[in-house]
Design a protein around this ligand. Structure first.
Ligand code: 8YV
Length: 327
C-alpha cells in the first residue's frame, strides 16, 4: 500500500473540502485560519509533497528554492497566481495549478455590485442613514450617475470580463474593451462589444472603467498616473482584479482632487493595508477582497483543488495546470 502524499493546506477551507482532503491524502490543515508565518511556510515546503496556498501566501523564488525536493505540486486555492513565482517553480520542476472558471460569475456579480454602489452612492447613503444625520428626502440630494446608456470600458476581456459584459448589457450599458488579443468575433458579436487596440484611446472615451485582467509584470501599474489622466473627470473606476494594476497613490490623489468621479475597489496594492487617504474619501466604495466570496464558490474552488491534486498523484497532468506562456 503506497503511502499517502503529504498535503499541507495554509488556510482554513470549507469543512466539506477539508474532510475530503483528509480522506484522500495525508493532510495537514490550518484550523486557526491565521496565515502561516514565513518560518512556518519554510517548514511546510520542507516536508510537503503538495502545498495548497492562497492569495495571502507569498510563494517567491527564495521560498521555492529553499523547498525540499519532495515538493512537486503547488495547488493554489484561487485563480490569480501573481503570489507565486511561476518561473522559479518551473525551474525546480514544480507544477502549479489554480481554480479558474468557478468564481467567474461571483466575481462578475460583485463587480456589478461595486459599479452600481459607486455610481449610485450606495455605501455613502447607507453610512448617512446609519449616522443618524439623514434629514429626509430632497430633490437634489444624494444624486449619483445613471449607468444605463453609458460606456463601460473593460480592461481584460477574459472569463470574468465577458461575464461582466453580459450583466452590463442587461443594464443597458454599451460595452467596450481592451485586451492583448481581440476576442473571437462570435463573442464580440454576442456582447456587442467594441474592441479598442489602443488602451489610451479607450480610456479617454469611457464613463466607467473596470479592471478585469490578471496582475502580471506586463499589467503592473497598467493604469499609471499618465493613463489615469486620460480619463474624463466624470469617469468611475471599478477594480475586482488586483490592486497592483492601478497606481494606487496616483488614483487616490486624483480622486481627492475630483479628477476622477469615484472608484469601487475590492482589491488594493498592499492588502490588507489600505491607503489612509482613500479611507477619508466619500466617492469611493471599499471592499475587503470579497469578489469571489460565496459559500458555493469556495466549495467549487476546493473541489477543483482536490481534483488537481488527485489527478497529479495518479500520474496525469492536472486539469488546471498554469502555464506561464498563457498568462
Ligand atoms: C480569492 C482571488 O479570494 O482567485 C483569486 O484570484 O483573488 C480570490 O478569488 C483568493 O484567490 C483565494 O486564494
Amino acid at each position: 500500500d503506497k503511502k499517502k502524499p503529504l498535503v499541507v493546506v495554509t488556510r482554513k477551507l470549507p469543512d466539506v473540502i477539508e474532510t475530503r482532503m483528509m480522506e484522500l491524502f495525508d493532510t495537514r490543515l490550518n484550523p486557526d485560519d491565521v496565515p502561516l508565518t514565513p518560518a512556518q511556510m519554510q517548514e511546510a515546503t520542507a516536508v510537503a509533497e503538495v502545498l495548497v496556498p492562497t492569495v495571502t501566501d507569498r510563494i517567491d523564488r527564495a521560498l521555492i528554492e529553499s523547498a525540499g525536493p519532495q515538493l512537486r505540486l503547488i495547488a493554489s486555492f484561487g485563480t490569480g497566481v501573481d503570489h507565486i513565482d511561476l518561473k522559479a517553480a518551473r525551474e525546480r520542476g514544480i507544477i502549479v495549478t489554480n481554480t479558474p472558471g468557478v468564481l467567474t460569475e461571483d466575481t462578475a456579480d460583485m463587480t456589478m455590485a461595486l459599479l452600481l454602489a459607486t455610481a449610485r452612492r450606495v455605501a455613502e447613503g447607507e453610512r448617512l442613514v446609519r449616522s443618524g444625520q439623514w434629514t429626509g428626502w430632497g430633490p437634489t440630494t444624494m444624486l449619483g450617475h445613471r449607468i444605463s446608456g453609458k460606456r463601460l470600458g473593460i480592461l481584460g476581456m477574459g472569463r470574468i470580463g465577458s461575464a461582466l459584459a453580459r450583466r452590463a448589457r442587461a443594464f443597458g450599458m454599451s460595452i467596450h474593451y481592451h485586451n492583448r488579443r481581440r476576442v473571437h468575433p462570435e463573442l464580440e458579436q454576442e456582447l456587442e462589444a467594441t474592441y479598442w487596440s489602443s488602451l489610451d484611446q479607450m480610456l479617454a472615451r469611457m464613463d466607467i472603467v473596470s479592471i478585469n485582467c490578471p496582475h502580471t509584470p506586463a499589467t503592473y501599474h497598467l493604469l499609471s498616473e499618465r493613463r489615469l489622466k486620460l480619463l474624463r473627470p466624470h469617469c468611475y473606476i471599478v477594480n475586482t482584479s488586483r490592486g497592483e494594476v492601478i497606481d494606487e497613490v496616483a488614483l487616490t490623489r486624483m480622486l481627492s482632487k475630483g479628477e476622477i468621479a469615484g472608484a469601487g475597489l475590492d482589491v488594493f496594492e498592499h492588502e490588507p493595508a489600505v491607503n489612509p487617504k482613500l479611507l477619508r474619501l466619500d466617492n469611493v466604495v471599499l471592499l475587503p477582497h470579497m469578489g469571489s466570496a460565496t459559500i458555493e464558490g469556495r466549495i467549487d474552488m476546493g473541489e477543483k483543488v482536490v481534483i488537481n491534486i488527485k489527478t497529479f498523484i495518479d500520474g496525469h497532468t492536472p486539469p488546471d495546470r498554469v502555464l506561464e506562456a498563457l498568462l
